[in-house]
Design a protein around this ligand. Structure first.
Ligand code: CAA
Length: 264
C-alpha cells in the first residue's frame, strides 16, 4: 500500500518500505530556499522514525534538474551574519540526511549544482542519469559552497579533483562524474527510478540492523584514526553478534534456506 505525505516544496511517497522524496520546485530548477530546508528537515525526521521505511530515494521534479543550488534570490541580499546562519542551517539539514541511519540514494536526474551537488554528496549513494550535470559554481557568484561541499567533495573524490571543480566553477557531465567517482552509476534517464528501486530492493533483502551498522561504521570511522576506527568496527561487530538477525542469518546459511529478518 502506498502513502503520500504532503509538503509545500516536496512530494513524498512511501511504498514497500521505500520512500521517494521529490524536490518539487521545477519552475526554478528545484532551487533550495528556506522552505525546502524546513520541509527536508521535517520529512527526514519522519522517515527516520518510521519503521515502515528502510530505504529513501531522493530526486528532483521535472526533467531538467535534481537541484540547481541554493536559491540565489535568498543569497542576493544577505550579509555576514545571515550568511553564516544560512550555511549552518543548510549544513545541519544535510547532516541530518547523512546520519538518518537509513540508506539515502540520490537519483540525480539533471543539474546538480552548488547546494544541489552538496545535497547529493550528503546522500549515501548517488545514481545519475546520463543527462545529469554537476558543478560547484559558487565562485562565479563570489562565494564558496556553504552546505558542506568544500568538505565532502574532497573526501569523496580527492582534494585535487575537488579543487578543480571548486576553483573553476565549471560543470561536468555524468560520465566525467562517474570517472571521478562523484557518482556510483550512470543510467539512461528513463531507467533512473527503476534502477534506484532495484538497488533499494537489494538493500531491503539484507539484514536491516547490519545495513545501518555499515553506514555508522563507515561514517563514524572516517573521522577517526585507523586504530580507533578499527576498535569502532569491532564494537559494532560485537553488538551485531547479539542480534536475532545474526543468529537467523548464520543459521539460514547453514540450513541452506533464505533468512527471515526481523530487524532485531
Ligand atoms: N536560484 C534561484 N533561481 C534559479 C536557480 C537558483 N539557484 N537556478 C535556476 N533558477 C531559475 C532561473 O532564474 C529561471 O527562472 P525564470 O524562469 O524566472 O527566469 C529558472 O530557474 C530556469 O533557469 P534558467 O532559465 O537559467 O535555465 P537554463 O536552462 O538556461 O540554465 C542553469 C540552467 C545552468 C542551471 C542556470 O539556471 C544556472 O546557472 N543556475 C544557477 C546555478 C548556480 O549558480 N547554483 C549555485 C547557487 S549558490 C549555492 O548553492 C551556494 C551554497 O552552497 C550555499
Amino acid at each position: 500500500m502506498s502513502q503520500t505525505l504532503p509538503f509545500e516544496t516536496l512530494a513524498c511517497e512511501i511504498e514497500d518500505q521505500i520512500a521517494v522524496v521529490t524536490l518539487n520546485r521545477p519552475q526554478v530548477l528545484n532551487a533550495l530556499n528556506g522552505q525546502v530546508f524546513t520541509d527536508l528537515k521535517e520529512i527526514f525526521a519522519q522517515l527516520e522514525d518510521d519503521p515502515a521505511v528502510r530505504v529513501i530515494l531522493l530526486t528532483g521534479a521535472g526533467e531538467k534538474a535534481f537541484a540547481a543550488g541554493a536559491d540565489i534570490n535568498e543569497l542576493a541580499g544577505i550579509g555576514c551574519s545571515l550568511g553564516q546562519d544560512l550555511s549552518h542551517r543548510g549544513q545541519g539539514v544535510f547532516r541530518q540526511i547523512e546520519t538518518c541511519g537509513k540508506p539515502v540514494i540520490a537519483l540525480i536526474n539533471g543539474y546538480a549544482l552548488g547546494g544541489g551537488c552538496e545535497l547529493a554528496l550528503a546522500c549515501t549513494l548517488r545514481l545519475a542519469s546520463s543527462s545529469a550535470e554537476f558543478g560547484q559554481p559558487e565562485v562565479r557568484l563570489g562565494l564558496i559552497p556553504g552546505y558542506g561541499g568544500t568538505q565532502r567533495l574532497p573526501r569523496l573524490i580527492g582534494s585535487s579533483a575537488a579543487l578543480k571543480l571548486l576553483l573553476t566553477g565549471q560543470r561536468i557531465d555524468a560520465s566525467e562524474a562517474l570517472r571521478l567517482r562523484l557518482v556510483d552509476e550512470v543510467v539512461e534517464p528513463a531507467e533512473l527510478m527503476a534502477r534506484g528501486k532495484e538497488l533499494a530492493r537489494s538493500i531491503l533483502a539484507v539484514a536491516p540492523l547490519a545495513v545501518s551498522a555499515c553506514i555508522q561504521a563507515v561514517y563514524e570511522g572516517a573521522d577517526r584514526g585507523l586504530e580507533s576506527a578499527l576498535r569502532l568496527e569491532s564494537t559494532i561487530f560485537g553488538h551485531l553478534c547479539d542480534t536475532k538477525d545474526k543468529i537467523e542469518g548464520t543459521r539460514a546459511f547453514l540450513e541452506k534456506r533464505p533468512p527471515q529478518w526481523t530487524g532485531s
